[in-house]
Write a protein that binds this ligand. Structure first.
Ligand code: BGC
Length: 334
């Protein structure tokens, strides 16, 4: 049975949980935002951290509270900061002009979740109740975020939820990777493969246009391994618009839809997901006190952004008393 270390992580409400496996891989998590902190891989006799991280809850609050966190109830942007739920208009907090980003203000990523440690499964379960009407979202919604580290160096993430009212629900995890372990270096030389022949183009307001575009002949074609830098050179009109990647890819139904290899080829990341999209964001708004522009990339597993307002984007409706269950994982070979 694996021992899970518990330490303090800044203020008195914040804890840090460290999972370890027999291969020497370590993953640390905090209940502040049900957040992934470090992912440490034993390479060349040292531990290489591949996940952008801060040292305390306060540091995340000061620098960037999305990093590594659970974003719930709805990740990404909602147009008009409103939607229709079963024929009724619902308004959300407008935290960007004319839009809601990542569910509004002080949401799941800035809350202290309840924690339950399951050493027999090498797992931590974080729980939170989003109050009814919080940022406008109907609820109350019980949410669980579970992180498990396996002996195969796979970090498994599961979101479960249940609402007392009809609502919308489309959470994600906002981990940022740099597989070189050097967060001062851009991720341009990472090699990426994505099993997707379509992506969702954005408009100037960063909202999906509601169209599916083929990746052929664009910076979005990663059907064969290609450098992530092809989205950062400003050559493609879509990447020029938002200064890099900030886009959803439409994943094909396959075991490992995304693979990434570090520039020194010592780390390979394999992503699995039962969700229809992966949003890849290359920290285009950087530099911040947390990271420089293009020094990290996210792999956000979720339903399509703004699905609640776009007809052919699938449903993110979570009906009263229905159970939501999503699964995805990041496995590391090193
Ligand atoms: C979004 C970006 C946003 C960032 C905030 C990402 O998930 O796609 O547009 O700026 O989160 O950290």
């Amino acid at each position: 049975m694996a021992k899970i270390a518990v330490d303090s992580f800044g203020s008195e409400n914040a804890q840090l949980y460290t999972l370890t496996n027999s291969r020497g891989m370590q993953v640390s998590l905090t209940n502040f935002g049900a957040r992934l902190v470090d992912i440490l891989l034993p390479i060349d006799g040292q531990l290489r951290n591949v996940s952008l991280a801060a040292k305390s809850d306060r540091e995340y609050m000061e620098k960037d509270s999305y990093v590594g966190s659970t974003v719930a109830p709805v990740a990404g942007r909602i147009s008009g900061a409103a939607t229709l739920i079963k024929g009724e208009t619902v308004h959300f907090t407008e935290n960007e002009p004319g839009r809601t980003l990542h569910s509004g203000n002080h949401t799941s990523n800035e809350q202290y979740w309840e924690s339950e440690v399951e050493e027999e499964n090498n797992r931590v379960v974080f729980s939170l109740v989003l109050p009814d009407g919080y940022n406008g979202f109907p609820g109350a919604v019980q949410v669980q975020a579970t992180y498990e580290l396996t002996e195969k160096n796979e970090l498994k993430i599961n979101y479960w939820a249940k609402s007392e009212k009809d609502t919308i629900f489309n959470p994600t995890n906002h981990v940022y990777f740099n597989l070189s372990g050097d967060f001062n270096r851009t991720v341009a030389e990472h090699m990426m493969k994505i099993q997707a022949s379509q992506f969702l183009p954005l408009g100037e307001d960063n909202m999906p246009l509601g169209e599916f575009w083929p990746v052929d002949g664009t910076a979005f074609d990663f059907r064969q391994f290609a450098p992530l830098g092809q989205g950062m050179d400003g050559q493609d009109p879509q990447t020029k618009l938002v200064n890099g990647f900030d886009h959803p890819w439409v994943l094909e139904d396959t075991d490992i839809p995304v693979e990434v290899i570090s520039p020194d080829e010592k780390v390979r990341l394999l992503m699995r997901s039962n969700q229809p999209a992966v949003v890849i964001y290359t920290y285009n708004h950087g530099p911040t006190d947390m990271a420089g522009r293009h020094t990290v990339f996210s792999l956000e597993c979720q339903g399509f952004p703004n699905a609640c307002n776009i007809e052919n984007f699938g449903s993110i409706l979570l009906e009263k008393d229905q159970e939501f269950d999503s699964h995805f994982s990041y496995q590391f070979e090193f």
